[in-house]
Ligand binder design. Structure first.
Ligand code: CO8
Length: 259
């Protein structure tokens, strides 16, 4: 499969997917999301694929979020549509995949990047990784399932603290609160993910798929996702959103006015 923004290959029944926009810290633009949707669908329907390892190119970032430059002038309606589209084709598609997905978090996992990792069934972080949901610094909230999945993984108190402070946490702290399964040196990241998938490969594929489906079914609060998409769209109508994005692009601190 030849993609512009992804590297992908199947080796020994494992599909390796690398988001390959290193200069933009692997930020998720529309084209990357479309390619991810394609490769996720491929994984689901291809018997040869028994598990997926998803990572980012380079040693600095897994994914530094949705591509801020792309959505800077979106309306509320466009924001909602983008979020809904992403939920359906990428984030929920990963979570509902019959094949286990492991996020190998090789650096920053921020905003949509952490949301992507949280949609995966397991997360392994390298010891230099930093994780966070910085959307409120842009006048937004997480729009790719982050308010729901972070709460499921770490509980309400920690989730609200992380989302409202927008603070990044270290990989070690992420492991302490259950946000990642393991922390390993960067050079061991992929081999740790392989080790887990090599065990799963020996198990019954239909039972593995049924187990994933059942665990995911126990967690999903559909209404929460609907609320998140609506609230996310409303953020685009605020002056603070324009200010947050301008400040990011101009590399300065944002001044918010609460409108
Ligand atoms: N989008 C676009 N470009 C980005 C992004 C991003 N999320 N992150 C980094 N980049 C670009 C930078 O603009 C820079 O490009 P250039 O060289 O052209 O100026 C390049 O990547 C390198 O980044 P920095 O120079 O900033 O690198 P630093 O080492 O100084 O800082 C950080 C690294 C701390 C990761 C910093 O880049 C940063 O704060 N990035 C933004 C993180 C962020 O706010 N992420 C959340 C985005 S919003 C989001 O994900 C919403 C999800 C829901 C969306 C739903 C539908 C729209």
């Amino acid at each position: 499969m030849a993609y512009q923004n992804l590297l992908s290959e199947v080796k020994e029944n494992i599909l390796y997917v690398t988001i390959n926009r290193e200069k933009a810290l692997n930020a998720l633009n529309k084209d990357t999301l479309a390619e991810l949707a394609d490769v996720i669908a491929f994984a689901a329907k291809t018997d040869e694929v028994r598990g997926v390892i998803l990572t980012g190119a380079g040693e600095k970032a897994f994914v530094a979020g949705a591509d801020i430059k792309e959505f800077s002038d979106y309306s509320g309606q466009q924001g909602q549509e983008l979020a809904k589209h992403g939920h359906d084709l990428v984030f929920n598609a990963i979570e509902n995949s019959p094949k286990p997905f492991i996020a190998a978090i090789n650096g920053f996992a921020l905003g949509g990047g952490l949301e992507l990792a949280m949609a995966c069934h397991m997360r392994i972080a390298s010891d230099n990784a930093k994780l966070g949901l910085p959307e409120v610094t842009l006048g937004l909230i997480p729009g790719y399932g982050g308010t729901q999945r972070l709460t499921q993984l770490v509980g309400k108190g920690k989730a609200i603290e992380m989302i409202t402070t927008a603070s990044m946490i270290t990989a070690v702290d992420a492991e302490k609160i259950g946000l990642v399964n393991y922390v390993v040196p960067q050079m061991d990241l992929i081999s740790k993910a392989q080790e887990i998938l090599n065990v799963i490969k020996q198990r019954a594929p239909l039972a593995v798929a049924a187990a994933i489906k059942s665990v995911v079914a126990s967690l999903n609060e559909t209404d929460g996702y609907v609320v998140e998409i609506e609230e996310f769209g409303k953020c685009f109508e605020t002056e603070d959103f324009k200010e947050g994005v301008s400040a990011f692009v101009e590399k300065r601190r944002a001044t918010f006015i609460g409108k």
